[in-house]
Design a protein around this ligand. Structure first.
Ligand code: NAD
Length: 470
């Protein structure tokens, strides 16, 4: 039996069958996770439903429990982070940071005020607008940041008074299962439940009669299925989906500083970040210099097993994604692109692909038009800023984007024209618990983080309290 168990109604539970979890640094199964049965899923939702009444009534207790949970997370970094590295591939330090960031999200929300607006307060009436919890929330997460993306949901959902059943990706279920087990000490039984299984379990969750809200992070293709599945029951949905973030470099930028910063934002987590830089637009005059910096960084970065000291970039998380990145790079090269550095797999066990910088590529080629979600970056030149903006916006995606230049006011004016949920100026991937994050167009529906992310786990209730004598 696996040492990794689901948590249902405050109790750890195994399942009749398990599935293998692969370490992407070796390409082999290193652990097993429970395969939740439909009956166990019913039990998890029933437990969350049963816990809801008590949990939603005591805001003070909720805040205290969340702070306790944050402490537990930080005290257990060493029990969680190595597993995250083994299943996800990221360097151990990044896994540790992810655990701390999860605690930070809990702390932020534990101290956030729940909005309450008084519209009228006089002799005739008290009219207030308050926020009520929605009920049981189904959370579904992807494999790139299994923990922190779960806490983008857990922290606001629990503060608002909801209870939750969460399913991590089948590629990275283990750190989440371990974390939920550890956190049971902080929460009443049934408030926070974890189930594990494949995509089919996800669709059982979205069509299940108990949850009133689906909070989903994953691909756009799956997000559309989730929306369709939630619609007949009018379940509320938040969908955080894919991105194809552009970075526009302006002609007054320092090519070395900007090239370095763009590299860091494009290759973070081996390019497997929804809001990583995925295509770069550079003015012709700076093109060669920016490409040189990106290529030097890509050639120099230490790629390896995230568990080994010195590793700066881990493998791609899974075989399907690895094959997809290989295919997209090969497709671009057959369409005339040049790999200034990289361009091939690393010819070793595990899902390692050479950090790749592509030139001679443009819109109409798949790696520019689609989300590559891996360590390969197309760099394109442009002749006018208007053209760059038009090309940046010419996408079904609209998650985030950035503009880079010495005159930051000018860069901000260009950023204002980007059609996306976060527009960065002279930075990218700058995220914070108080800052809203969400996608325009096919990159999602709704918002996570900040007070907006809290409101997404609430329903509006108007209270009109007449003061007329009866
Ligand atoms: P995915 O859509 O394949 O899977 C995400 C989760 O959904 C998994 O837990 C999976 O088991 C589950 N799932 C699959 N089919 C389902 C269905 N029919 N119904 C319900 N659940 C189902 O995505 P992935 O490959 O794990 O993650 C990568 C994608 O996630 C990328 O596109 C990336 O950009 C996106 N992402 C977005 C954000 C964001 O905040 N916008 C953050 C991280 C990742």
């Amino acid at each position: 039996m696996s040492e990794f168990l689901m948590t249902i109604g405050g109790t750890t539970v195994s399942s009749p069958t398990t599935f293998g979890v692969i370490n992407p640094a070796t390409g082999t199964v290193f652990e097993h996770a429970p395969e939740c049965t439909p009956e166990q899923l019913d039990q998890a939702f029933a437990a969350a439903q049963g816990a809801y009444g008590g949990w939603k009534r005591d805001e003070t207790a909720r805040r205290a429990a969340m702070l306790r949970a944050a402490d537990l997370l930080m005290a257990n970094v060493d029990a969680i982070a190595p597993t995250l590295t083994s299943e996800q591939g990221k360097p151990l330090l990044d896994a540790q940071i992810e655990v701390y960031a999860s605690a930070m999200w809990l702390q932020h929300y534990a101290n956030l005020e729940i909005p309450r607006v008084v519209l009228q307060d006089d002799e005739t009436a008290l009219v207030e607008v308050v926020r009520r919890p929605i009920g049981v929330v189904a959370g579904i997460t992807p494999w790139n940041f299994p923990l922190v993306l779960a806490f983008w949901k857990i922290a606001p959902a629990l503060l608002a008074g909801n209870t939750m059943v969460l399913k991590p990706s089948p590629y990275t279920p283990l750190a989440t299962l371990k974390t939920f087990e550890i956190l049971q000490e902080a929460f009443p039984a049934g408030v926070l439940n974890a189930v594990s299984g494949g995509d089919g379990l996800g669709s059982l969750m979205t069509s299940h009669p108990v949850p009133r809200k689906i909070s989903f992070t994953g691909s756009t293709a799956t997000g559309k299925k989730v929306a369709a599945s939630a619609a007949p029951d009018l379940k509320r949905v938040t969908l955080e989906l894919g991105g194809n973030d552009p970075a526009i470099v302006l002609d007054d930028a320092d090519p070395v500083a900007v090239g370095n910063a763009i590299f860091d934002s494009a290759f973070n987590n081996c390019g497997q970040v929804c809001s990583a830089i995925k295509r770069v637009y550079v003015p012709e005059a700076l093109y060669g210099e920016v490409v040189d910096v990106l290529a030097q960084r890509a050639a120099a970065i230490v790629v390896g097993n995230g568990a080994e000291a010195g590793t700066q970039l881990g493998p791609i998380n899974n075989a399907m994604q690895y094959e997809r990145v290989k295919m997209l790079v090969a497709d671009a090269m057959s369409a005339g692109a040049t790999a200034v550095t990289g361009g091939a797999d690393m010819g070793q066990p595990g899902y390692f692909f050479q950090p790749t910088i592509l030139t001679g590529v443009q819109e109409g080629v798949r790696i520019v038009d689609e989300e590559q979600f891996g360590p390969a970056l197309p760099v394109m030149s442009y002749t006018s800023v208007d053209e760059a903006i038009q090309r940046a916006n010419h996408s079904n995606f609209g998650l985030s984007g950035s503009v880079w230049g010495a005159d930051s006011e000018r860069a901000a004016a260009v950023a204002a024209d980007l059609e996306c949920g976060t527009a960065w100026v002279n930075t990218h991937l700058a995220l914070a618990p108080n800052q809203p994050f969400g996608g325009h167009k096919w990159s999602g529906i709704g918002t996570e983080n900040g007070v907006w992310g809290l409101e997404a786990f609430t329903e509006v209730q108007a209270i009109h309290h007449s003061r007329a004598a009866l």
